[in-house]
Write a protein that binds this ligand. Structure first.
Ligand code: DAH
Length: 341
């Protein structure tokens, strides 16, 4: 084939493929094929040596033109590719459905704890907290638990193993009472909300972790009547003015006398259900007058001051308030449950 014809053919072929270039990769392949040092154009230049002398100027000129032309076209193809890429980024597909953003909400236990805090701060209580990993002294000993008390049993307490039983996950928030009295002189009037742990069989009524709000009021001449008045006020404020409650004599090492407080089970309206163990009443807290032995531990003068304490289960209160029949629902994070609050 005549050289001039070949030049023409290469020009047509290269122009056609230039129009098809879409990506940077396409462009690089084109450059390798036509414009690199071993590409088609360079190969034609190589063959200029064999061309008869008199034809050289004309063919040389043609080849130069071809190379300049392809290089210019290649450059504008590169710009076209770069521009298309930027345009793609800004392109919006209006037919794609939008992403729905859900509004978060507070967990029902958080809402319940906040309501309890609101009621007690409203009548002058402050708020304190303490560690969830507690030592034996604060969880038991200072609270007047004799060494052989059944609550110290491995059955109930999760011990932190590596230290030989000195530390545990706190089984109640009562230890915070000790910490508060260690650090403050009387009078003291605080509530202490928090998470507690017990190694109990898991059921609709009990879980291995739950929540309590501890309360402590110490001053001169604090009486049992004030304890009853405070608890009654709380229960009526939290549920409603018609809520029924009863104080049942009970025992706790750190209070004397002690009582447990039951409210009527709203879940079954007193008829009996699995939550109230078919009694119509649900225990929501323990309480009592602070035992003098506890005051001795924290170096309060038990002849000068008296006080009351209480500890209520937040989960129990939430169950009653919202009519939930299984405590485990609070810990499963099922949105179908949580979305209802
Ligand atoms: N700590 C007790 C429990 O977890 C509850 C309790 C009872 C707390 C009587 C108190 C109290 O402050 O006075 O079962």
């Amino acid at each position: 084939m005549e050289m001039l014809e070949e030049i023409l053919k290469l020009r047509e072929e290269a122009t056609a493929s230039l129009n098809l270039l879409k990506t940077q990769e396409d462009a690089e392949n084109f450059r390798l094929q036509y414009l690199s040092r071993k590409g088609s154009v360079a190969q034609l230049f190589e063959r200029l040596k064999e061309v008869p002398k008199e034809e050289k100027p004309a063919i040389g000129k043609s080849l130069n033109e071809l190379r300049n032309f392809l290089e210019a076209e290649f450059e504008s193809a590169g710009q076209r590719i770069a521009a298309a890429k930027t345009a793609d980024i800004g392109k919006i597909d209006l037919s794609i459905p939008g992403r729905k953003r859900y509004i978060g909400r507070k967990h029902p236990l958080t809402q319940t704890a906040e309501e309890i805090k609101r009621i007690f701060t409203g009548i002058g209580f402050g708020i304190a907290d303490g560690p969830e990993i507690e030592d034996d002294y604060h969880n038991f000993e200072a609270l007047n638990f004799p060494p052989d008390h059944p609550a110290r049993d491995m059955q109930d307490t999760f011990f932190v193993k590596s230290d030989g039983g000195k530390y545990m996950l706190r089984t109640h928030t009562s230890g915070v009472q000790i910490r508060v009295m260690e650090n403050n002189k009387p009078p003291v009037r605080v509530i202490m909300p928090g998470r507690v742990y017990r190694n109990e069989a898991i059921s609709a009524r009990s879980y291995c972790l739950f929540h309590q709000v501890e309360g402590l009021y110490v001053d001169k001449n604090v009486s049992l009547a004030e304890l009853k008045g405070t608890i009654s006020y709380f229960v009526k404020e939290f549920f409603n003015a018609n809520a029924k409650l009863r104080f049942r004599p009970s025992f706790f090492p750190f209070t004397e006398p002690s009582a447990e407080v039951d409210v009527n089970c709203f879940l079954c309206a007193g008829k009996g259900c699995r939550i109230c163990k078919y009694s119509g009443w649900l225990e929501i807290m323990g309480c009592g007058m602070v035992d003098p032995n506890v005051f001795k531990q924290v170096k309060y003068d038990e002849n000068e001051v008296s006080g009351f304490a209480f500890g209520m289960g937040i989960d129990r209160l939430a169950i009653l308030r919202y009519g939930i029949d299984d405590i485990r629902l609070f810990f499963e994070n099922d949105l179908r449950f949580l979305n209802q609050f």
